[in-house]
Design a binder for this molecule. Sequence first.
Ligand SMILES: O=P(O)(O)OC[C@H]1O[C@](O)(CO)[C@@H](O)[C@@H]1O
Length: 538
Amino acid sequence: MSWTSLKSHRAMQGSVTIADLLQDPARASGFSVRMDDMLFDYSKTTIDAEARDLLLTLADEAGVAHRREAMFAGEKINETEGRAVLHTALRDPGPHGATVDGVEVLPGVHDTLDRMEEFAEGLRTGKVRPVNGGRFTDIVNIGIGGSDLGPAMAMLALAPYHDGPRVHYVSNVDGAHIHDTLADLDPDTTLVIVASKTFTTIETMTNAETARSWLKRAIGEQAVGRHLAALSSAVDKTTKWGIDPSRVFGFEDWVGGRYSIWGPVGLGLMIAVGAKRFREFLAGGHDMDLHFREAEGADNLPLMLALVGIWHRQVCGYPTRAVLPYDQRLSRLPAYLQQLEMESNGKSVAMDGTGLEVVSGPVVWGEPGTNGQHAFYQLIHQGTEVVPCEFLVAARGHEPELAHQHALLVANCLAQSEALMQGRSLDVALELMAEKGLSGAEQERQARHRVFPGNRPSTTLIYPLLTPRVLGRIIALYEHRVFVEGVILGINSYDQWGVELGKELAVALAPVLAGDEDAASKDGSTRALVDYVQAHRD
Ligand SMILES: O=P(O)(O)OC[C@H]1O[C@](O)(CO)[C@@H](O)[C@@H]1O
């Protein structure tokens, strides 16, 4: 019902532009949400009062509020895997919270956090020592997907707070990644953390074996365990792999890989910034949880971020969304959000097994500003596709001595959303060409290239400074956005069956490439590619 109303309302908006809507002096305050000192401005979109009402009704009809409470209570809302979805518990200071199968989850969460803290602080103070003495100077976290993207992103984001050992992230099975990382390190002072929820992921286990051999060559088999730790929910497998249980930090199956940064998977971050800062990061996530549960309707930041997403993708039909942090330290945020959003909501089957009524979540992509401006913004401004842009920016930077550079960064961010909205008409472009001395057909020809259609939607999330707490709020905000969009689409945002087939085929292809099995059963294209590899390798 609401989908139809939304689509007909969109059609009825006709030629009303964002610039027209902004003629209303109350629009900027009326079409933005504040959460404490964070501001989300969606006034530069085509969402008007009626569209917003319809979107809020859509969320109500989909049962977002009910589903949200079911998630926080520990109900098994990941129905295709029969699991609860409780990453929020990892940042809940307690004392009481969700139960799973009648058992309170917080005591276990807090015990693990305390163990992580003891280990991390031990590494930072030198209490946890390498086998040959001295201090651990470097930590290598081996993981992929959710066991890599979140913590690697957060490490960069919180660079101003690093005061512990250096932490490196290795993910790709391409041997170049581990090779180049280890090349600069000393095994005598390096600790390797194997991060894998399942402890079966082939890329991670292969890199882990490589790192283990590297350690063994330097310090010997007996000592290797002193330079290893594991983060996993498969504690039986970590022990079999030879990691002492005291060095294993486990988590339950109700934490999805791409939602796991808040627990043991965040250990590297805790080692780098310290337990106090890590707990501030958790507190930020918890702030957003409380806000998400308590704020009503249009005052609810994650709800509105999700509804803007639904408006652009499912109502307006824009196929992609660009995430554009004007914050170099958030340079990996787009990659992190690609997994969070696309692995969660890139599905065409509803929870009940039927096909989706509407299109699935969008393609998410992006790069930090201002770099992107000199690369792909051309298409965003003048291409034939509309790309809704999501800007993020801090009011101030961490380098007071470079405040003038931060001011320029912010000016660029604000200018881009203004330019996208406002555009430049043919009349203005003609005047510009006349000022350059052009006239007639050449004036018009040149002017047409300088027209900007405008009316291109964007949102801006602005915060005072990128602190651990603010980062926690931002990540939790996007997690809840994914949740709301998933509920509205009627899908399960917490499974990822779409990654399985490629993994299975890769395992089957390995012996074919090695020449141990015949390629005859493969299609013609795959056979030709196998032939090429076999002909060109050493
Ligand atoms: O932590 P694991 O179990 O090694 O999985 C890594 C990643 O692989 C995936 O299962 C996708 O292949 C992700 O969902 C997950 O984050």
